[in-house]
Design a protein around this ligand. Structure first.
Ligand SMILES: *Cc1c(COP(=O)(O)O)cnc(C)c1O
Length: 369
């Protein structure tokens, strides 16, 4: 056996995205104790910068020490109690996982279905709220990475709030890549991932909870069935002030990386990051259309950071992907579920979202096709 040297890839799939060298070098710094005052200071800065990224004043804003799926689970396991009715919107893979979370907890999932590639239909959500006045939660995916569709989070949250429901929003792919305003839009619980538009390494899930959500968590009639993700306990570790209780050993170096990526976000500015993702998406779209490649998702709900495009007729899609990987060191994503074999998913997330990468990808695609 010898040390592992990864090949030098350009990550243009659905995540992880390219990690900036500044983040990689931040992670290589010396490990210190997770209760060291210097580390705790870094934790506080991380929370503060996450509030900026989410556009929230929520006190309970922090990274969960596990990937996006654990952030998802943290939201559901803390907010849903057995018997609770939860309206779950499904327009792709990740909506189905929300449903799975609800039913495993013993909640009652009411499904609002939309076609893959389409955004969640707010009218159907409203109808479901009218039909289910006892529903307590509305859950949906803001940016469906399996299809490349962006849903109208602001409107769906407004409808949910009007009907007295709290909201759980999957922002794994949207955070930092698309406009997202947790406080202005009335989002109660939200989770994201470090490896998509934040361009940090995989393995952390930033989350944020509103006062309303915390009230529900602290007034549960049953204990949270997950010990690790029980926010009543996690709050004692990530909470404010000097008195921090040991809960688990934080992934110290991974958190250095997230901290660095957030420092870079504050340098760029959140709005500028949204704008960069959008303008690079337009560049890619222009090049793809010259190759005769078309989008799955209709214009107004197209995600800039995840471009789902139809595979040109007569193309061996798996062969193209493996040529891109082996001959050009470029990774793009395949379709999932019903869209397998029909689409490619080209990611322009975070540090990957740069003009030179778009040029490389387009010329490699052109030669390969
Ligand atoms: C990637 C992703 C997840 C899961 O995140 P992991 O870090 O892979 O666990 C959840 N939801 C969406 C929309 C995603 O794109």
């Amino acid at each position: 056996m010898k040390s592992f040297s990864p090949p030098n890839r350009l990550l243009m799939g659905p995540g992880p995205s390219d990690v900036h060298p500044r983040i990689l070098s931040a992670m290589a710094r010396q490990t210190i104790g997770h209760l060291d005052p210097a580390f705790i200071e870094m934790m506080d800065e991380t929370k503060q910068m996450l509030q900026y990224a989410f556009m929230t004043e929520n006190e309970l804003t922090m990274p969960i020490s596990a990937p996006g799926s654990a952030g998802m689970e943290a939201c559901f396991v803390n907010l849903v109690e057995p018997g609770d009715k939860v309206i779950v919107c499904i327009n792709g893979v990740f909506g189905s996982r929300m449903k799975e979370n609800v039913t495993r907890i013993g909640g009652h999932a009411i499904i609002v279905n939309d076609e893959w590639g389409k955004p969640v239909d707010p009218q159907k959500v409203e109808q479901s709220l009218i039909d289910n006045p006892d529903a307590k939660i509305v859950a949906f995916v803001h940016a469906e990475t399996s299809t490349g569709a962006l849903s109208d989070a602001k409107l769906i949250c407004e409808l949910a709030n009007n009907h007295g429901c709290i909201t759980i929003v999957d922002a794994v792919t949207s955070l930092v890549g698309s406009e997202l305003r947790v406080d202005d839009w009335g989002i109660d619980a939200i989770y994201s991932g470090s490896q998509k538009c934040l361009s940090a390494m995989p393995g952390l899930s930033p989350v944020s909870f509103s006062e309303k959500a915390i009230h529900k968590i602290t007034h549960r009639s049953t204990p949270v069935t997950s010990w690790f993700l029980d926010l009543n306990l996690v709050m004692g570790y990530w909470g404010k002030g000097a008195k921090r209780a040991y809960h688990h050993t934080a992934p110290v170096n991974t958190l250095y990386g997230l901290h660095e990526s957030l420092v870079m976000l504050t340098e760029e500015g959140l709005e500028n990051s949204w704008a960069r993702h959008q303008s690079n998406h337009l560049l890619l779209r222009e090049g793809l259309s010259k190759l005769g490649i078309h989008y799955l998702v209709d214009e107004p709900s197209r995600l800039p950071q995840l471009n789902s495009v139809f595979i040109p007729e007569g193309t061996n899609e798996a062969e193209v992907r493996s040529t891109l990987l082996n001959d050009y060191n470029i990774e793009i994503g395949a379709g999932l579920g019903d869209l397998a074999g029909k689409i490619w998913r080209i990611g322009l997330m975070g540090h990957t979202s740069r003009k030179e990468n778009i040029d490389l990808c387009l010329s490699a695609l052109q030669k390969t096709l």
